[in-house]
Design a protein around this ligand. Structure first.
Ligand code: G6P
Ligand code: MN
Length: 445
């Protein structure tokens, strides 16, 4: 089985390869093709993978190419993990937004819109080529903003594109852990958009255990989301929000913290990874050790400004292993071997949330089998959550429309309609600022 990874020179590729090495089952991936625009990054990552495979039996073969069509042809699965504009682009997304006093996070608010406007045209081109060159392949989208990018691709690939994110999985795992439940045996009642969802229940053997958590301040304050949002707010909501909702519920504080930070997240990662790739260009350096050190530092500092504003302290050791590669592997296995499983994924709504149309990509538990991912029926969201979901989906639709038409006016509308952009004038300034720094936005006229 052939797996193609787009963005194959990306820093998180060794996580995926590590997961593949652990898979000894029937029908596992035997060939990995890495595609990237940058040959230097490809050889850096290939060095890490070679060290990972050193002691493994039957490790999947790894080949690298800068030819997209060659990479896509004959693939069974395609992972899309690209970053249009690189981390330099992410840092610029943050800077331009912060200069306007609004959030520049890569997936939430103005930064997410800018990143989406840059990424959608590239993702659509990939989807079109994949439909032509690998019509039976499943495309698993990791590229942020994951919900929006998945929806853009679904217009060309239908339900053959599935978006993934590890944050709902991590959230479910943390809640199960504090409740003393086995995550595998818990049914997590979660729904929303990517980075904009809520856990409303956690059912073990048919019984909802979430009320027990909400009723116990000590338990509630003992894990990441409890520390981030505060126990009072979680009890008011009667639900546990995805960590990215911290940017909404505590917007003023997070914008202030990001403005004051010595380096924004994007700038920190840009510099950190520049050092890593530079180190990889020197022959003889220990690739896997350098990669793992860099990874650990990245994990430890994830959302550190948010945690600082909330006084949440360091991350739990159990939360440092991420896990998106596990979701990807579980999804691929379920499809390839028809092993029925339930995973929280980004798929087309198909009537799951009645307030959205059938083609809107949402994040929801899905039953997965050889026929793909099918959203499970869930209870409707409360009005406050429905309001946010509808507002942000409307913004996503304006981003898709702007990417298709190239209309600057539509791009302004996307920014202006976002709940975290507080003036139409700010939206205009954002479009001016972003088009001035991003060559990838030259199409907006
Ligand atoms: C979480 C999010 C991902 C994001 C990742 C890394 O897992 O769900 O969407 O890519 O964190 O964030 P970072 O700030 O380290 O790039
Ligand atoms: Mn994510």
């Amino acid at each position: 089985m052939k797996l193609t990874i787009l963005g194959g020179g990306g820093f998180r590729v060794p996580l995926v390869y590590g997961a593949l090495l652990g898979d000894r089952g029937e029908g596992r991936v035997t060939d990995v093709v890495l595609h990237d625009l940058d040959a230097g990054r490809l050889s850096a990552v290939a060095r890490v993978l070679a060290e990972q495979a050193a002691d493994a039996l039957d490790a999947p073969t790894v080949t690298a190419t800068t030819d997209l069509d060659e990479a896509l042809r004959g693939a069974d699965f395609i992972f899309s993990a690209i970053r249009v504009g690189g981390l330099e682009g992410r840092a610029a997304d943050e800077r331009v937004a912060l200069d306007q006093g609004v959030l520049g996070q890569e997936t939430v608010g103005a930064g997410g819109i800018a990143y989406g406007l840059r990424t959608v045209p590239v993702a659509v081109d990939i989807a079109r080529r994949a439909a032509r060159l690998a019509p039976d392949a499943w495309l698993i989208n990791f590229t942020n903003p994951a919900g929006l990018v998945t929806e853009a691709m679904s217009r060309h690939l239908g339900d053959r594109v599935i978006g993934i994110c590890d944050s709902p999985v991590g959230l479910g795992r943390r809640i199960a852990r504090v409740l003393g439940a086995e995550p595998r045996e818990a049914w997590i009642d979660y729904v929303g958009l990517n980075h904009l969802g809520w856990v409303r229940g956690l059912h073990v053997a048919g019984r909802d255990e979430l009320p027990r958590l909400l009723a116990d301040p000590d338990l509630l304050g003992s894990f990441e989301e409890g520390k981030l949002f505060g126990t009072d707010w979680l009890r008011s909501l009667g639900a546990i929000p995805n960590e990215y909702l911290h940017y909404y519920y505590f917007n003023r504080e997070t914008v202030r913290a990001y403005s004051r930070a010595e380096k924004t997240r994007g700038a920190f990662l840009r510099d950190q990874q520049a050092r890593f790739y530079e180190e990889m260009s020197r022959p003889g350096s220990a690739a896997l050790t350098a990669w793992d050190r860099t990874r650990a530092e990245r994990e430890a500092t994830y959302m550190s400004e948010n945690r600082e504003t909330a006084g949440a302290g360091e991350r739990d050791a159990d939360d440092l292993s991420g896990g998106y590669e596990k979701v990807a592997l579980a999804l691929m296995r379920a499809i390839a071997r028809d092993e029925r499983t339930t995973l929280i994924l980004n798929v087309r709504n198909q009537g799951t949330l009645s307030v959205l149309d059938a083609d809107a990509v949402i994040e929801v538990p899905c039953l997965v089998d050889a026929n793909g991912a099918h959203p499970v029926a869930v209870a409707p969201l409360p009005d406050h959550a429905t309001g946010l979901v509808c507002a942000v989906k409307a913004v996503e639709r304006e981003v898709l429309a702007a990417a298709e038409s190239g209309s600057r006016t539509t791009a302004v509308k996307a920014f202006a309609l976002h709940p975290l952009v507080d003036s139409v004038n700010v939206a205009r300034n954002l479009v001016d600022g972003y088009t001035a720094v991003h060559p990838g936005l030259a199409y907006l006229t």
